[in-house]
Each structure stands twice: as C-alpha cells, then as structure tokens.
Write a protein that binds this ligand. Structure first.
Ligand SMILES: [Zn+2]
Length: 411
C-alpha cells in the first residue's frame, strides 16, 4: 500500500534557473511522508486521497528562502548607526560577539535567532557563530527547530580584542569537533563551516591551517571579501606580497566551490575572474552595504552568475527578512523581481551546492516552502505578485513554514 501523501492547494510562485518565475494559479503541491515533492502544478492530479493541509484564502506558496550570509552573534547589534565597517566592528560587534562564551546565553540567542529566520520563511541559512560553545548551541538549536543551517565558527587570531583571539591549534581542534557534531545532527540538514572572519583578522599561518582543514574535511568556507576601502587597504598592508585581496584567500586554498564570499563590492576584473574560475558563491548583502555605506554591489558583472545569491548580513543588515533584502537590492540595482526571487531561492541553493535538493518546488526535491498571504494582493501576473510580495512587505504574513515536509513554524 502507498504511504499517505500530503497536499496543499494555493497559488504557487516558483523560480526557474533562467531567472524567470512561474506562477501557477490554483496550484497544488503534493509531497510524500519522506518530505519529497511528488507533484507541483495545477490542481487535479488525482491525489484526492492525500491528506489535505489547509491554506488561508488567497494564499501563495513559495519555496523556502535561503539566507546565504548572516551573523548569529550580531543579533543584538542591529541598527547601531553612525559608523562604517571598521569602526562599527570595534564599537559594537566585537563586544557583542564576546558574550557568546556563555552557554546559556548562546543557547537562548540561537533559539531566538532561528525562530526569527523561520518566521520570515527562511528555511536554509549560512551563518557565523562565535566560540566553540556558540557554534555548538547553534547546531543543536538548528537541529531542534528543523531549519537547514551551515553553521560557521568565526576564526580570528589578530586585530581583534583578546577575548576573541584564538590560538590556531585550539581553534582547529574546535573545528574538528564541530564538524563531527554537525555530521551527527539535524538529519543531514546541519553543516559545519570554517569562517575566517576576513583577511585582516587572520594571520598567514592560521589561514594556511584553515585552508588545509577545509580541503581535507570538505566543510563549507565562509568569509568576507572586499567590502570596504579601508579594509582593502589594510589587507594590502598585512599581505604585501600578494597582489590582491581575493588572491590572499586563494593563496591558502580558501577559494573553492564550497566557498561563500560576502560582499565582493570592490573587486578588480582579475579578482572577479579568479572568484568565478574557482566557482565560489558571491553573496550580495544590499541592506548591510547600504547601512554601513560600503558601496554598491556591481550587479552588471554578475547578473548571469549561477552562484549569485543574497544575504541579510544581520547585524549590519537590520532585518531578518529576505523580502526586505530583495527590496533593498532592487533600490540599489533595479533588478527584476523575478531575478531577485531566483537569487533568494535557487541562487542560494546553488551557492551551497544544494540545487538538486532545494531552491524550487519540483518533483524529487525536498518540500521546503512557506504559505504566505499578502494583505492588498493586486498582482495579476507572476511578476506583479512577486512585486506585491517584495514591496508590500508590511502586509505579508508567513502563515506556515515547512522544511522537508515538516511544519517548522506557524504564525
Ligand atoms: Zn558579514
């Protein structure tokens, strides 16, 4: 006998790899008890026996959103204004991150952080945590709440307050332990990542150790690249022998197809060629770039890049909402809503090498999706409906959110 399936009926917005979006009016999503999608399309595919999941009137189903760059430890410093990157780190971020040595505090914040992501329809996130304790708590909280997460340990051994400086050998030991923990939790939905903070905070020796560990263990690598002119000048001073900022990471084997590079605002043509040759993901963080006056991400160089994705960059980005992030990306570069939607879904999935599993709603993929309503829904095409979603953010409600067919959030 066939195991019970589930079906949910609503309009469906689904991204396509070519940067377009398919709108299915009166659609139906059917998935099995294993959380794998069986059908996604127009109503009436003969699955009448499937258990019905109710959806509100006028609801729209969208795939789970993928936030490719955010900082768990910066939860409390959102909206601290008046600075550019380097001052902001010193005034707010470093003191905030130092608090994550405390296990109970780290656990409470991790829980709140992931709940916020789920409440905004984010079903997969790549993030930065601090200290072994902080990353441990993040991995357990993600697994318990059912979100997919690449949890990174922020690595730094210079240029930051003593409380945050790590001994490279100990940090690598922590990485081994956390990679092991990630393998054993979250039913394959949790991953570990090494996150050298950025080149100014990591010595060449540490960088080399991190590169070697990442190469042998296959974990993700997340870092910041070319966000701010003062940061770039500092890298040039600290790594005088290497021609470019991207070249520093490359020297130590940190530019790979498992690497997510946040910002990439001020890259030279040669750096852009290097990043795409190494098939790294490029994470555009428009809200953060606006907030810290870091500069405009030059979309014209990346618009066709398969691994272009979006990140909220909380806390420099003040919002957990990928809809807000898409809206800011529009204001900065005027891309179409369809393209932004693709970057927030399929682009994020591709960035993490998970595009066969998540990023859109299709048979064989995991049923990661949200059921949303838009207060003054007026769109009469997929594009207009997407515009409603992105620009009427104050009227959007995420009613229910599912990861692998399991409900992980309900409004
Ligand atoms: Zn960041």
């Amino acid at each position: 006998m066939q195991a019970a399936r589930y079906r949910i009926r609503a309009d469906i917005l689904n991204p396509a790899p070519n940067g377009s979006c398919r709108w299915v009016r009166d659609g139906e999503l059917v998935f099995g008890p294993d959380g794998i999608i069986v059908r996604c399309g127009r109503r009436g595919g003969g699955d009448a026996s499937a258990t019905r999941i109710p959806a509100p009137r006028g609801a729209v189903i969208i795939p789970g959103l993928v936030d490719c760059h955010t900082h768990l430890s910066q939860y409390h410093v959102r909206g601290r204004t008046g600075h550019t990157l380097m001052d902001w780190l010193g005034s707010y971020v470093f003191p905030a991150e130092a608090a994550f040595r405390d296990r109970a505090f780290a656990r409470a914040v991790a829980n709140g952080f992931f709940r916020k992501l789920l409440a905004n329809g984010v079903t997969t996130a790549a993030l930065y945590a601090n200290y072994r304790t902080g990353a441990e708590q993040a991995l357990s909280a993600a697994a318990a709440l059912g979100i997919r997460a690449a949890v990174g340990l922020t690595l730094m051994d210079r240029g930051v307050p003593a409380a945050l400086r790590q001994r490279p050998e100990q940090a690598l030991e922590d990485c081994r332990h956390l990679a092991e923990q990630a393998r054993g939790c979250g039913n394959g939905r949790a991953w570990f990542s090494v996150n050298p903070r950025f080149a100014p905070a990591v010595s060449a020796r540490f960088m080399e150790m991190i590169g070697r560990f990442a190469g042998s263990s296959g974990v993700y690598i997340q870092t910041h690249l070319s966000e701010n002119p003062a940061e770039i000048a500092l890298v040039r001073k600290l790594y005088p022998g290497i021609g470019s900022y991207a070249g520093v990471y490359d020297r130590f084997g940190l530019l790979t197809d498992r690497t997510l590079l946040a910002h990439c605002i001020h890259l030279t043509p040669a750096e852009r060629r290097l990043v795409s040759r190494r098939r790294c993901a490029v994470v555009h963080c428009p809200s953060s770039n606006l907030f810290l006056h870091s500069g405009r991400f030059p979309i014209e160089h990346w618009s066709g890049y398969r691994k272009l994705c979006l990140g909220t960059d909380v806390g420099a980005g003040p919002s957990f909402s990928m809809l807000d992030t898409m809206r800011d990306a529009y204001f900065v570069n005027r891309q179409s809503p369809e393209r932004l939607f693709c970057q927030a879904t399929l682009g994020g999935a591709a960035a993490l090498g998970l595009e066969r599993m998540i990023g859109s709603l299709a048979p064989g993929k995991q049923a990661d999706f949200s059921v949303v309503t838009i207060g003054e829904r007026a769109g009469t095409s997929g594009s207009e409906l997407l515009s409603d979603l992105i620009f009427k953010w104050d009227q959007v409600t995420f009613h229910r959110v599912f990861v692998a067919g399991r409900e992980v959030y309900r409004a």
